[in-house]
Design a protein around this ligand. Sequence first.
Ligand code: 3PY
Ligand code: ZN
Length: 621
Amino acid sequence: PFLQQVLADPDFQRGDVSTSFIEERPQLMRYKRSRDRGTKLMNWLADVTVNAPNGNRPTSVELRSKLPAVDLARPAPDAGRQRLLDLGPARFAAELRERTSLAVTDTTFRDAHQSLLATRVRTKDLVTIAPHLARQTPELLSIEAWGGATYDVALRFLGEDPWDRLAALREAVPNIPLQMLLRGRNTVGYTPYPAKVTDAFVREATSTGIDIFRIFDALNDVSQMRPAIDSVLETGTSVAEVALCYTGDLSNPDETLYTLDYYLRLAEQIVDAGAHIIAIKDMAGLLRPQAARTLVSALRARFDLPVHLHTHDTAGGQLATLLAASEAGVDAVDAASAPMSGTTSQPSLSALVAALANCERDTGIDLERVTDFEPYWEAVRLVYRPFESGLPGPTGRVYTHEIPGGQLSNLRQQAIALGLADDFERIEDMYAAADRILGRIPKVTPSSKVVGDLALHLVAVDADPADFEANPGAYDVPDSVIGFMAGELGELPGGWPEPFRSRVLAGREVQVRDTEISADDEAALDGDSATRRRTLNRLLFPGPTSIFEDTVELFGDLSVLDTLDYLYGLEPGEEHVIDIAPGVQLYVGLEAIGEPDEAGMRTVMATLNGQLRPVFVRDRS
Ligand code: 3PY
Ligand code: ZN
């Protein structure tokens, strides 16, 4: 609720959020009066209770009761992480290439909820099940658990420090390699940062717990990935998995740009840059089975590195692609726990494990152990249902619009917010048109955002795309499109779209983003871990970091709240128990909610440890 208010703020939407954000908004100040933890948490709970934008609380979903019975006192067995530490990244990769069994990465902890639930799954709910994976499925190649949008969302929406999540997952999973998605020079953001920032980020991520970095550049420009690759290689312990972003359809005889030859030339640069593993990053789920066979076979015939395939199941058939790739020799693939799989997420892990069980490429992962985790993830999905994207099933329209999985769910939400929910097909069509206008680019964060911005703009002003393309000077052009045409994100695989580009840039002074950092910040990046983390948060996400700091100041450490309480607030007649520290509990109840006064304030009569506590909340409905 507080964050919703922040998000609705025009300054915030423009990105002009400074640390004085709260100071300039006296209506938020009243929360500042409270100093003790209980009162701060009560402020959050009362606020959510009144303003709950989240609808009805799902009844009786107790996440912990859905966990399989596993003896957590038993230590997690040594597994891939210990092998990586023993062998070093190059030999670890060589071993991956030599094995017969298909290696599997579980993406449930990152991409699955990014693509289905707007990245909203909280650290608490990840860390609860993580030790079970460490003991039951140690055969996993890795758990993808960090990076992508998780960093931004933790700070902006969850009141969490992303570094705390990584540290907690590392502690919970000492044996399975942890993997992250790194957006090349854009690290975990949307625009390029200086190499010094990337380097400090990679060092801190490695020392906090990342073993495998999947690095990509949205335009497949290897020079843009080099600083990140070099930083990972310099750690000496982490694996550099470098991705080619897959787009188009390489089996289509009419394809002239994104051909097999294009991908092989790209892979050659990736190998030359020192990668340990080549990733095929099929962010929209466009890689068809036969194309996968062709691409995987060619990559493995040409290069010695293992190949790791990532796809999204948007059209519904990507298990076939994984199996075709497996037959062609792919070394590793990504999948997600079944209740968190399908459509914009990855294919189902249990379907994959079952498909290969007792076959030559058996994953070595026990099917029953994988399915034992499903009740937990199903309950997670129910608890977080306010963040469902509204995509009811697979869609083959992705082959035309090519919207990546993570963005498709997001755009549907944006369409609802803009009152265009009933007209989503128009947004899809405009997205395809915007992509053609911008030069047929690979679409993935952040290039996908540029295409999405243009698509929404074209729909909003009801433009004819052909007219916009011919006369961009007659329209407002979104800033991201101008920056993109000015080369802010790098060179385009198919060259610049002319004369569109010159027309967009004509008469404009495009300011090149300042990529220098101050000497103080540079020193801070070389400081201790806490200083480096704080500095990285601020340099990468100044706005969300100040929201995070304000959230902690106003509401305290929200991570102690169960997600049902955190999202849905207090229920009449229920005693909410909050474990604020080992052995320290708060008992919170709801007595009554008053009518709003003229100023729109309501009094929430709550109890804290048996004592009546009125909390004043602005009703924002
Ligand atoms: C991200 O950059 O977050 C992605 O998941 C891209 O596919
Ligand atoms: Zn993905």
